[in-house]
Write a protein that binds this ligand. Structure first.
Ligand code: PMP
Length: 359
């Protein structure tokens, strides 16, 4: 095979590395690199997969049973719900729908790794607004970064990978500052883990009629433990979601994913009890790390952030050698997912030896 091929790839894509996933699990290690739910799926959820119609048939393209169910759950119309193969698929659809060459998309940085790639794939330009020193969104700076070329803003609360939330008051003040015709995506992938009563809640606290430009993203991957099945949803104005439906790869939400999501909603109370355990475990982990001298930012998702800076790759190697696979962001920090109960003590043991060795 020759080294080169004469096929033309869009330059922005040729320069774009593929999405980099956290390391996979190895036997005998705790996999704390992808903010997954450590619990096994509920038997009722597994059973729902068995009962799903044959795989020789295509799924219902709009996942209408799940849309109706979520609409009922959140008091919106079914057309104000859109289902995707993970919320990341919906993010991609919204980027393609709202932005293209010459347009800008504003988001905080550091935040979810997929944002820059999805903006570049749409042909638009990412505008990254640094987090505050305590790892929070700087919403004033984000509003100030809006130009006449801005087509969308992404706000991530709790912020992956650093952990803090945006408050409801901050978010509403921010909405008052940005143009009403600008798409604002509120990415609440970790909403169910939030325990701060002041946190933004795009579905319960936000007056949607007053803010039709806001689309809220949620997922079954984290709190509901269905990461492997790929199912997430958006709630927002029908016109915006119709545009996302138009840019979607058709038929990518499987019947199995839809069925498992429905079964998860049937078992919501039980699943949220698990979320409660994970949130409590997170608070213990963060408190234990702070007691060792780490400056852990407020942690409201199912993960904590260690600002290891130049020592990041060495520190991640030490966690790995100790049996914990974590997610390093070179030169910046390490994100540790809240996993099995036994992983908490393990992380604390390794972390104490690292903090002692830090300059
Ligand atoms: N948003 C954020 C902030 C995330 O961290 C993730 C997953 N890591 C997603 C969206 C996408 O999740 P999914 O596609 O599994 O719904």
């Amino acid at each position: 095979m020759t080294e080169d091929v004469p096929v033309r790839i869009r330059p922005a894509i040729a320069a774009l590395p593929p999405y980099k996933q956290g390391k996979q699990a190895e036997p005998g290690t705790f996999k704390l690199s992808s903010n997954e739910n450590p619990y096994e799926p509920l038997p009722s959820v597994v059973e729902s997969l068995r009962e799903t119609v044959g795989v020789n048939r295509y799924p219902d393209a709009s996942a209408s049973r799940l849309r109706h169910r979520l609409a009922e759950r959140f008091g919106v119309l079914p057309d104000e719900v859109h289902i995707g193969a993970g919320s990341v698929a919906i993010l991609s659809q919204l980027m393609l729908a709202a932005s293209g060459p010459g347009d800008e998309v504003v988001y905080a940085w550091r935040s979810f790794e997929a944002y820059p790639g999805l903006v570049l794939i749409a042909g638009a330009t990412p505008v990254e607004v640094p987090l505050t020193p305590d790892a929070r969104h700087d919403l004033d700076a984000m509003a100030a970064a809006v130009t006449e070329r801005t087509r969308a803003i992404i706000v991530c609360s709790p912020n992956n990978p650093t952990g803090p939330i945006v408050t409801q008051a901050e978010f509403e003040a921010f909405l008052d500052k940005v143009p009403a015709d600008l798409l604002v995506i509120l990415d609440e992938a970790y909403a169910e883990f939030v325990t701060d009563p002041d946190a933004v809640d795009g579905l319960i606290k936000l007056g949607r009629a007053d803010h039709p430009n806001v689309v809220v993203l949620r997922t079954f991957s984290k709190a509901f433990g269905l990461a492997g099945l790929r199912v997430g949803y958006a709630i927002g104005h029908r016109r915006i979601l119709d545009a996302a439906r138009s840019t979607a790869v058709p038929l990518s939400v499987t019947a199995q994913s839809e069925e498992a999501a429905l079964a998860s909603l049937d078992a919501e109370a039980e699943l949220l009890a698990r979320v409660h355990v994970i949130a409590e475990r997170r608070d213990r982990l963060a408190a234990g790390l702070r007691a060792q001298g780490w400056r852990v930012p407020t942690a409201q998702g199912n993960f904590v952030w260690l600002a290891t800076r130049d020592e990041t790759m060495d520190a991640a190697a030490r966690f790995e050698a100790g049996g914990c696979i974590v997610r390093p962001f070179a030169g910046d920090g390490i994100r540790v997912s809240v996993g099995e109960e036994e992983s908490v003590e393990k992380i604390l043991q390794i972390a104490t030896s690292i903090v002692e060795a830090l300059p």
